[in-house]
Write a protein that binds this ligand. Structure first.
Ligand code: ATP
Length: 234
């Protein structure tokens, strides 16, 4: 298996506050990897570091044969990394289709096109001319995921895509990730919800207060061990 993303000794700082401590993470080319951890564990900081959106990083991050350290965000996106950010960050006064088109404009050309997004999420085809701000939270999350997919990433980063959504909507979002992965996109899924992300992950890493407290394959680690490394304590 070749490696899409290789992170070694990664530390992230916000001024003098250190959010990540010497984190090591590997994502294989055809893998879904879950990052789990409680509030404030450093999950978003990890994703933001990958796309060049934290003030200071130390360590080594390689995407294929490209070093990501110190590289500007547009170059990282152009190289094939797309982020579905926490909170979606849509342009609420633009239509569904205009929001989706942004992914197409800033990303790489590839096999995923607008019609694929409407096939994954038929409700977006119905609402394609509606303003994004008028959609439900779940529909907005579909637009955010669709926008990232239209950049035809080799590595897709999903930050808490299930947050605040109804289980049926979360199911529809999660259902497409294995298909995306099978088409050749490695996926890094960040979630507080352990069960949901472990259900689709080939491998997981648990973060606790900025450090990797446990990693492994979901089926090979007990639930008790995962919970202990998630919550900390003895
Ligand atoms: P959540 O699930 O709440 O999003 P998280 O695991 O994603 O949490 P981060 O958002 O990465 O955690 O935060 C890790 C730590 O870094 C927290 O202590 C947080 O307060 C701190 N932090 C995050 N962003 C900043 C920032 N811009 N400036 C200062 N500290 C920050």
């Amino acid at each position: 298996m070749s490696t899409a993303l290789s992170i070694r000794n990664l530390s992230v700082y916000y001024d003098r506050f250190r959010a990540l401590f010497d984190v090591d993470i590997e994502v294989g080319d055809a893998q879904i990897v879950a990052i789990i951890g409680a509030n404030g564990a450093g999950k978003s900081s990890l994703l933001k570091a990958i796309v060049g959106q934290v003030p200071r990083v130390e360590g080594d991050m390689r995407f294929g044969d490209i070093s990501l350290i110190g590289r500007p965000t547009p170059d990282i996106v152009a190289a094939g990394v797309a982020l579905v950010p926490e909170g979606r960050r849509l342009f609420s006064s633009l239509t569904v289709e205009e929001n989706l088109d942004i992914g197409w404009q800033i990303g790489r050309r590839g096999s995923t096109q607008l019609g694929d997004i409407y096939r994954y999420f038929p409700v977006l085809a119905e609402k394609r001319h509606q303003r994004a701000g008028e959609l439900s939270g779940g529909q907005q999350q579909m637009v955010a995921l669709g926008r990232a997919l239209l950049a035809n990433p080799r590595l897709l980063l999903c930050d808490e895509i299930s947050l605040g959504l109804a289980p049926v909507i979360i199911d529809s979002l999660y259902a497409i990730l294995p298909e995306i992965c099978a088409k050749g996109t490695a996926i890094l899924v960040v979630e507080q919800d352990i069960s949901r992300s472990l259900s689709i992950a080939d491998r997981f890493y648990c973060l606790l207060e900025g450090r990797v407290s446990l990693s492994g394959r979901p089926g090979e680690v007990s639930r008790a061990a995962i919970e202990a490394s998630y919550f900390g304590g003895d």
